[in-house]
Design a protein around this ligand. Structure first.
Ligand code: PEP
Ligand code: MN
Length: 340
């Protein structure tokens, strides 16, 4: 159940209601928005119905929850969420671009990439220190050393860091460096991990599982939101299909579809979505045109030497060209992409 407070209400107005929800044995949630405060009560809704909260003067309305995805539902929070990472905002007019190599490989590689993507207009640096690989024999990431190098790259470039956390046991360690956690496609339904990042306030980039429906992605987001972390950004990164012409089938249609269902920002990852370097620019433009709130693009100073995903990483020059072309499409749909 969602309890929407009247405009102008403060945290002090919300407090007695949150205490009442808790005393009924339900889990209270405090979700302040730009305009209004929204409260949630998780648990058996019949109990709350008896509490008659709608008669309180600070309550505007109570919305019973009928759809499986609740806290992420656009019906219950008609204001679109703006998720802030450092000074960057997802879900506003700007379309932030996240860029960087698939994995951190060396100090030189990550610092060089950070500076190059920043100069081209990227707003966040992304690279994996922990890599969930299909094969146990493939490069698994530099792990703690990778985190250390990411912190150096942030200092050198000023870009906030997005990096993957693959286990609930690593949340604290990765969270000490990450400005935004990535939950990778393979872990979209690792419910313990979702709950663990939900217990922090660090923004989470949640990637769609390779075989997950839109509803399953939204319910995965719900695990994070229900733990009290409202800072979730969804990411389409391609799904399995019948054909092997591309690495995955980049499902552009899910972007506007998700935006009809949820107030959470939705970004696109055409790098993993297609796995074909030559079509990443075209699919980036298409994603912007259909409403993506951000892009995730893999960039490596020398992709032919990359330890993972070399075939799909753009060179810094190709990335710069993509950024230039992206800006005019963003303008055409009333959005902006940072110049630098
Ligand atoms: C990645 O972002 O490098 C990655 C492994 O992505 P995904 O989880 O989408 O496969
Ligand atoms: Mn990758």
């Amino acid at each position: 159940m969602i309890i929407i407070l009247k405009k102008g209400c403060s945290e002090a107005d919300a407090q007695p209601i949150l205490e009442r929800i808790e005393s009924l044995g339900l889990k209270p949630l405090y979700l302040p928005g730009d305009e209004k405060i929204v409260l949630g009560a998780i648990g058996d809704e019949r109990i709350l119905a008896q509490a008659r909260l709608e008669s309180l003067p600070v309550v505007e309305r109570i919305v019973p929850i009928l759809k499986p995805h609740r806290l992420s539902n656009l019906e219950f929070q008609p204001e679109r969420s703006r998720i802030q990472v450092g000074e960057v905002v997802f879900g506003g007019e700007e379309i932030p671009v996240i860029a960087g190599p698939c994995a951190v490989e060396s100090e030189r590689q990550i610092v060089e990439t950070a500076q190059a993507v920043r100069a081209a207009g990227a707003r966040l640096l992304r690279a994996g220190a922990y890599k969930p690989r299909t094969s146990p024999y493939a490069f698994q990431g530099l792990e703690e050393e990778g985190l250390r190098l990411l912190a150096i790259a942030r200092d050198a470039s000023g870009l906030p860091i997005v990096t993957e956390v693959i286990s609930e046991h690593d949340v604290e360690k990765v969270g000490a460096v990450a400005d935004m956690f990535q939950i990778g496609a393979r872990n979209m339904q690792n419910f313990r991990l979702l709950k663990a990042v939900g217990g922090t306030k660090t923004p989470v980039l949640l990637k769609r599982g390779p075989a997950a429906s839109m509803g399953e992605l939204l319910l995965a987001a719900e695990y994070i939101l229900a733990e009290g972390n409202p800072n979730v950004v969804l990411c389409e990164r391609g799904i399995k299909s019948f054909f092997a012409d591309t690495r995955n089938t980049f499902d552009l249609s899910v972007i506007p579809l998700l935006k009809q269902e949820t107030h959470l920002p939705v970004i696109a990852d055409p790098s993993h979505g297609t796995g074909v370097r030559s079509i990443i620019p075209a699919m980036s433009l298409a994603a912007i045109a259909c409403g993506a709130d951000g892009l995730l693009i893999e960039v490596h100073p020398s992709p032919q030497e990359a330890l993972s995903d070399g075939f799909q990483q753009l060179t810094p020059e190709q990335f710069q060209d993509l950024m230039i072309r992206s800006r005019s499409v963003a303008r055409a749909v009333g959005r902006t992409i940072s110049e630098v």
